[in-house]
Write a protein that binds this ligand. Structure first.
Ligand code: ARG
Length: 604
């Protein structure tokens, strides 16, 4: 917001240092929180220390830093927009006139609107991979955490100025998939429930049922053992047929896979997620075999198949590490089949080569951390310059109060069920107090609020922490929640609706040339922090930074709302200034909510 002034002052500092042969350290600025005025500051300690190290200066560092600050102050003179310059304890402090600062913050928001906080365009493409559940299961609340974190991260890096590609990578092969196909073909062929979610969920039920039939039971009778073994032989035969490309097996696979993908696409719609690129594990099977050949040729991988072994990579040895870190990994089994790791090499290659990705972020749960580190290490050995730019955003496990979720046992909480319940709960409260809103409109708002609660509950926990999912907690509307933030937006909106003529754009001008109350000052300060919050969250890949910021902003707005009665402000100029502040707050809340993948309802 004060780039121009900052640059001007930096230029003056650099000129001063060049003229006096002072080895200037990197200039770092920090905001001075309001204490009668706003300002920003920089220190000369590092520069004085550099000088001392170079054998110049001859004075104690603090004294020399202060001397420099004073000299720079004299050099700067007066600058437009800066009300006062101070040199204190080696720091140069610059202050703004309060009304000019407030004016600028509000003007900037109202001029940029939806773009307020957007970072300058960076010349780098980032791919964020998330929303990649395995097919033939159903989308549960753990997948929801993954998808919400990934989408928020994608929105953050995009808004921070990176070219952003959203990618998904569903696992669509393996024993789990074959197990579902087996039981379907054996007992349910030709059946299929109606409805996208019903069909997806049905596959998950079949998986549980099949697992029970195929798992060794305690105290099995000999007949039961024989039965189970016969089933297992059928399943193995189906796997073999699928692998060999048998037409019928492939068709069955494609059809059932599509049921899962349809369900996934609908869930993504519900979460307003638009994936740009779909990769499937099955598509990478063949390409990954080619890579293995190349790795053998380059002596990165060792082919032990002639001795009846597998193709392996001794990552630690090849990297010259003496301590065990990545261990030895198999790339091809002795029968020539690929592994999850092998396919990840092929995936990274397409990401880099076909999509020209400079940075690649994998949003995957922490249990796959070692797997991804191994994949990145092999990419490095293989010579991919971007291997260094691969980043795993891990996140903790989502479990239930009764223990871990288990798709095998059918002990999962489905996302769709929670979403439906969320809407139901909001409607139950809303219909008591909002009789005048038409039913379909009420339903839409209930959806926005219910999802706001659920989404925020996933973002307000640091990604490293595990979540024990409790539906009452996730759908709570009080305290540190999505609806609390949405409510700040609604309140700002309700103030503005009193003065806005629908359809016409609203213009007031007001000056902040009066004694601002503490609540106004805090609100202005909070709004002005939004661009930094975007940058920090995007640079550190931490959605939590934005989640916490949005809550703080809402909290500040609620306090302002209670303490300052905007519409009853007598002085018209002050009232207009306050109305503008409310508009700026509303816009900033909206922008923050959008980054969090939460909608801003007009009423609630
Ligand atoms: N489909 C995998 C799973 O559900 C996640 C994929 C993670 N991405 C990757 N490139 N390995 O566990």
């Amino acid at each position: 917001m004060f780039n121009q002034e900052q640059q001007l002052i930096e230029t003056k500092i650099k000129e001063f240092c060049a003229a006096n042969d002072i080895p200037l350290a990197e200039l770092k600025w920090q905001p001075i929180p309001f204490s009668g005025e706003w300002g920003f500051a920089t220190s000369f300690f590092q520069t004085a220390a550099n000088e001392a190290r170079a054998g110049k200066g001859g004075k104690p560092v603090p004294q020399r830093a202060q001397e420099m600050a004073e000299q720079v102050k004299a050099q700067i003179g007066s600058v437009d927009g800066i009300s006062r310059v101070d040199a204190v304890k080696g720091y140069l402090n610059l202050y703004f006139s309060t009304s000019a600062y407030a004016r600028r913050v509000v003007d900037e928001v109202l001029a940029s609107r939806l773009d307020f906080g957007r970072g300058a365009k960076k010349n780098e493409t980032v791919m964020v991979e998330y929303a990649q559940p395995n097919t033939h299961h159903s989308f549960h609340i753990g997948h929801a955490r993954n998808t919400i974190l990934g989408e928020t991260l994608a929105r953050l890096v995009e808004f921070a100025g990176f070219e952003t590609i959203r990618a998904s990578y569903p696992g669509d092969l393996g024993l789990g998939v074959i197990t579902v196909m087996w039981i379907y073909e054996k007992f349910y062929k030709g059946q299929e429930p109606e409805g996208v979610h019903e069909r997806g969920q049905w596959l998950a039920k079949l998986y549980v049922e099949a697992t029970a039939l195929l798992e060794k039971q305690e105290n099995e009778t000999p007949e039961q053992t024989a039965q189970r073994e016969a089933y297992d032989a059928e399943r193995r035969e189906l796997y073999r047929r699928w692998d060999a490309g048998d037409e019928a097996a492939r068709n069955l696979w494609r059809e059932t896979r599509e049921w899962s993908l349809e369900e996934l696409r609908d869930v993504l719609d519900m979460l307003d997620v638009k994936i740009d690129v779909w990769f499937y594990e099955s598509d990478l099977d063949e390409p990954s075999k080619v890579i293995v050949d190349e790795l053998i040729a380059k002596d990165i991988a060792t082919d032990e198949r002639p001795q009846g072994g597998a193709v392996i990579v001794k990552i630690d040895e090849k990297l010259g590490l003496t301590k065990e870190k990545y261990r030895t990994n198999i790339l091809l089994r002795s029968d020539g089949t690929t592994l999850y790791l092998t396919k990840d090499l092929a995936l990274a290659k397409v990401k880099f080569e076909k999509y020209h990705v400079d940075r690649s972020i994998y949003v995957v749960d922490v249990r796959q951390s070692m797997h991804l580190q191994q994949a990145f290490a092999i990419l490095k050995l293989w010579g991919f310059p971007q291997a260094e730019k691969c980043y795993h955003l891990g996140y903790g496990f989502v479990s239930l109060p009764e223990g871990a979720m288990s798709a095998r046992r059918g002990r999962v909480v489905l996302f769709k069920d929670v979403a439906d319940e969320a809407v139901k709960r909001v409607l139950a409260v809303e219909s008591e107090k909002s009789g005048d809103i038409p039913a379909n409109e009420r339903e839409r708002i209930a959806y926005q609020i219910g999802m706001g609660a659920l989404v925020y509950s996933m973002l307000s926990v640091d990604n490293n922490k595990d979540i024990v999912f409790d539906i009452n907690e996730a759908l709570s509307f009080d305290g540190r929640t999505g609806p609390y933030i949405q409510n700040a937006y609604v309140r700002a909106n309700s103030i503005l609706k009193k003065v806005q003529v629908p359809g016409s754009s609203f213009q007031v001008s007001g000056s902040f040339d009066y004694d601002l109350t503490r609540h106004e000052i805090e609100l202005i300060e909070q709004i002005s922090r939004f661009p930094q919050a975007v940058e920090q969250a995007a640079n550190e890949y931490r959605p939590l930074v934005m989640a916490a910021y949005a809550y703080d902003l809402a909290n500040t707005f609620h306090s302002f709302y209670h303490a300052v009665n905007v519409m009853q402000t007598e002085d018209e100029k002050i009232r207009n200034a306050r109305l503008q502040l409310v508009m700026a707050a509303k816009q900033t809340i909206e922008n923050a909510l959008r980054l969090l993948d939460i909608q801003a309802p007009e009423v609630m």
